[in-house]
Design a protein around this ligand. Structure first.
Ligand code: PLP
Length: 354
């Protein structure tokens, strides 16, 4: 198309999981929380004053940052908020990397595929490092890469494999002045957050989201925790792009969610218990399933390709995620749902195998 830039014509955008309209599926393809947001969220929405919407929201998201800081045990100056953690991760590329060989970003070959898209969009060189055979990170190989920093999804997507905080600490101690960006989208299902380490390491930025454990994917809010200099860098980039990424409704909803620790502790433990039950069942049916620390399972089985499993499940009304690329095509990523969702999944898989 003659009006499009070279970039718009040639870049490969991220493809999100299907959000089907019409037919109701048992939807286990985008790692959404199977439980509703906490009751305080509904109360916050019901109490929201429409009159306020005349005004722009605070450009520094001050109220929300204060609430997140209190929940994370850090200071508001150590928090940056964005319109989904995807936006926060995107802003990291221009904030911390240069479009020159040796000054780019490094991440695993199998990880959140958005990192590659952001790198291409911002013209930042990206080096990928293969995972070990057991799907763990090859930290030795990471260390050997000449770059300005690393993106480590922990737990990793789509494998679910987690890195304990103490292993992250040794990696952080070993990378010199390079930055480590820990994408903790699923960390609440694991409980090994590196947020406490941000007080020790000025080269650590932890990125979190309200989309998964807080059951608020529809509200679009994520945040970063780190040293003030890193946070200031993100603010400089935001203010070149969108001064108001967090709207007032989002602010009130997220502040309400943060006040409901007990509710979320309970729903997270229900998801984790189901995760273990579904994994055992899949192992029993002959699948390979790495131990998951997230709210999804990465499952593959000899003689059934990922594609076949995905297509047969879809025909039966169960949506899972499948990627038609080398290494991933033997597997599907299956979100842990409610007990009923998971029962439907396991029953359909048993039928497919029979
Ligand atoms: C879901 C997810 C995110 C982003 O979620 P947002 O909805 O944009 O906050 C970031 N990283 C990983 C690894 C994810 O799976």
């Amino acid at each position: 198309m003659q009006y499009l830039s070279d970039k718009a014509r040639t870049i490969a955008p991220y493809t999100a999981g299907e959000q089907p309209a019409g037919r109701t599926f048992v939807k286990l393809n985008t790692n959404e929380n199977p439980y509703p947001p906490a009751p305080a969220v509904a109360a916050a929405l019901a109490g929201f004053s429409t009159e306020n919407l005349r005004r722009y929201p605070e450009p520094d998201s001050g109220m929300l940052r204060a609430a997140i800081a209190a929940a994370e045990g850090v200071r508001p100056e150590n928090i940056f908020c964005g319109n989904g953690s995807d936006e926060v991760l995107a802003l990291c590329f221009p904030a911390f990397f240069n479009p020159r060989e040796g000054e780019g970003a490094c991440f695993a070959d199998i990880t959140y595929s958005f990192y590659q898209v952001f790198a291409a969009f911002f013209g930042i060189p990206a080096t990928t490092v293969p995972l070990n055979a057991d799907f763990s990170f090859d930290f030795e190989a990471f260390r050997a890469v000449k770059c300005r920093g690393f993106f480590l999804a922990n737990p990793n997507a789509p494998t679910g494999v987690g890195v304990p905080r103490e292993e992250m600490r040794s990696f952080l101690s070993s990378v010199g002045e390079r930055l480590v960006i820990a994408d903790e989208a699923y960390m609440d299902f694991y409980g090994q957050s590196c947020v406490p380490l941000t007080k020790e390491f000025d080269n650590l930025l932890v990125v979190k989201t309200f989309s998964k454990s807080y059951a608020l994917a529809g509200i679009r809010c994520g945040y970063a925790v780190g040293a003030k200099d890193l946070i200031d860098g993100l603010f400089r980039m935001k203010d070149c792009f969108n001064s108001y990424p967090v709207d007032m409704v989002c602010r009130d909803v997220c502040i309400a969610a943060l006040s409901e620790r007990e509710y979320y502790r309970r729903t997270i433990s229900l998801v984790c218990a189901e995760r273990e039950r579904v994994r055992e069942a899949l192992l029993g049916m002959g699948f390979t399933v790495p131990e998951s620390r997230a709210n999804f399972l990465f499952a593959g089985r000899a003689k059934v390709s990922g594609k076949t499993l995905y297509e047969r499940l879809k025909a039966a009304g169960v949506l899972v995620r499948f990627w038609d690329v080398p290494v991933l095509r033997d597997f599907c990523r299956i979100t842990v749902g409610t007990k009923e969702d998971n029962e439907s999944l396991l029953k359909e898989i048993a039928d497919i195998l029979a």
